[in-house]
Design a protein around this ligand. Structure first.
Ligand code: NDP
Ligand code: OXD
Length: 313
């Protein structure tokens, strides 16, 4: 059973090596490099596959998305009606938790202010609230947000979250559109870990930011987005930072990636930018995950983490 790998601009040698190590008895071929017969491909292992590629594989059985977010795959108008498995992995979650924790603490402890003061040789102490006086709200409370919230909560921050549907949660959960205003009004640091769907596109806009708590212990709200660039209105974020509607922000994802050199985000005040690397897909961990799933599938067991296309994530 042959598997086809497409990885956009990732290090395909490392991926092929790890896949062959995790499943030595299988044939893996690399799109654009190896010769293959489209009819031999049973599995597609993809990150941002070229549109139309998947529909050109007549015997394809399962699509494995090599990341957690499936918006790029779902945007293919010719996407075949086959199980689409997304990445759910402890390695990915740990990486995201590290990044979220770093950003929350950076804004909480005034890191950008102190770096600027250091450059100016200035010794000046800002008021420092306790973590328990700062409310961190998770917009989206899925696999990654729940993992990060455990660490943020353990540091003493007051945590709560917003999601589409209700569920048993270890922190206060606000559910659905009607609950959004109250959630925002009680949030000092907003951590966005939503998928990009029709319902969430440009959800981080001027209205949302104006709805965040303005009376919090940090002296103004902070937005941290590692979900997708399509979730944010970038002009609104620049305006909010320039007018102190936001005290600060951290963005790992952008409408256009790489972020164009002339984007006003590069020079917006109190903004931390990282190049969509808050949680990279680790070839070794992902290869093991895919190998396990292929084996279970062939043994007649159900696939894990299959995307519900009707909800878009
Ligand atoms: P999950 O599917 O586990 O969680 C998604 C969460 O968003 C759920 O809580 C879901 O609600 C909520 N949600 C979805 N739509 C809505 C809506 N319309 N209104 C309110 N809540 C909504 O995803 P993960 O936690 O695994 O990943 C989240 C996203 O993070 C990915 O889709 C991807 O875009 C991004 N990501 C970014 C990375 C990076 O490097 N920057 C790396 C990995 C992921 P409910 O619980 O009710 O279903
Ligand atoms: C993902 C990502 O969705 O890397 O996993 O963005």
């Amino acid at each position: 059973m042959t598997a086809l790998l497409t990885t956009a601009n990732w290090d395909s040698d490392a991926w092929m090596h790890q896949l062959r190590t995790a499943a030595p008895d299988r044939r893996f071929v690399l799109e654009g490099v190896d010769a293959y017969d489209p009819a031999e491909i049973r599995y597609a292992l993809t990150w941002k596959p070229p549109q139309g590629l998947l529909s050109s594989l007549p015997n394809l059985e399962v699509i494995f998305n090599l990341g957690a977010g499936v918006d790029a795959v779902l945007s293919d108008p010719d996407l075949p009606d086959l199980p689409l498995v997304r990445l759910v992995d402890e390695n990915l979650a740990s990486r995201m938790t590290e990044w979220v924790t770093l950003q929350v603490l950076a804004h909480h402890r005034g890191t950008l202010t102190y770096l600027a003061q250091q450059k100016a040789h200035r010794w000046h102490e800002e008021p420092q609230p306790l973590a328990s006086e700062v409310r961190v709200g998770f917009l989206g409370y899925g696999v990654l947000a729940q993992h990060a919230a455990r660490v943020i909560g353990a540091l003493g921050f007051a945590t709560h979250a917003w999601s589409r549907t209700g569920k048993d949660a270890d922190i206060k959960l606000h559910v659905g559109a009607d609950a959004l205003p109250e959630f925002l009004a009680n949030t000092d640091i907003l951590v966005v870990l939503l998928p990009l769907t029709d319902a969430t596109r440009k959800i981080i806009n001027a209205d949302l930011m104006a709805g965040l708590a303005q009376d919090g212990a940090l002296g103004g709200p902070v937005v941290i987005n590692a979900g997708r660039g399509g979730l944010q209105d970038e002009d609104d974020i620049v305006a909010a930072l320039n007018t102190n509607v936001l005290k600060g922000a951290s963005l790992d994802v952008f409408q256009t990636e790489p972020l164009p050199a002339d984007s006003p985000l590069w020079t917006a005040p109190n903004l931390i930018i990282t190049p969509h690397n808050s949680a990279v897909s680790d070839p070794r961990a992902v290869s093991r995950y895919v190998a396990r799933q292929m084996q279970a599938f062939e043994a007649g067991e159900p696939l894990q983490n299959v995307v519900d296309r009707s909800r878009g994530y």
